[in-house]
Design a binder for this molecule. Sequence first.
Ligand SMILES: [Zn+2]
Length: 234
Amino acid sequence: MTKTARKEYICINCQKSSRTLYTKYSEGVIRLTECDNCDNIVDKYIEYDIVLLAIDLMLQYIEAYRHLLNNLEIKRPARLFVIFWFSNAYETWIGERMATNRDNIYDLEWMFYKSVLSSALQMIAYISIVIIFETIYSRAKPDFKRFKHLVYSTLLGFYGNVAVVLSIVFRLSDQKSYQIVFSFFLFISHLQVQRVLFPLCSILDNMIVTVIAEIVSRFVKTWFETVSKELPIF
Ligand SMILES: [Zn+2]
């Protein structure tokens, strides 16, 4: 009989900590751990297929976010972050391309590099606000483990950026309705991540932090666009 005791897990229903997610009795026979606090299964998602988890994330179920950010160990998360980053950069690039109407291949190439840099700055700005909030909220700088958790979780909140693939396939980028839905989806995703990171804060407080992070991130984007126009290489 083996137990999953890699680290401290949390119950995705009540957020009470749990030492295990399941107990393995023999090959193919496992029993999911029940929560001591709420009597529900600590984490039903460990039996779910990744596609079902992705659907629940897109439906913005907070339990799915708790599983993703607290109980799931993602192998090589850096690859995911690069995908989210470049998807975001592509979205920015499309927007700028439509705004400037330039079709010269060299201009477009430089514009893409600029978008990649702009996206990185936006993400850094977003994460910085979360770190600042953590410092104010806990009245101490986060230790390395917590810092890493905050950065990883906030970066995962950008997963909605991969919707850019849909916008390419269905040619939606210039549609105002798509842009509004896309922005709203990203905002809710970040809010859910924020709620998982700061479970003791009220939804209103978490919403305020998400709004501030969004505003600062957009400000950084606008600032970078203004500055980069004055640089000869762009
Ligand atoms: Zn529970």
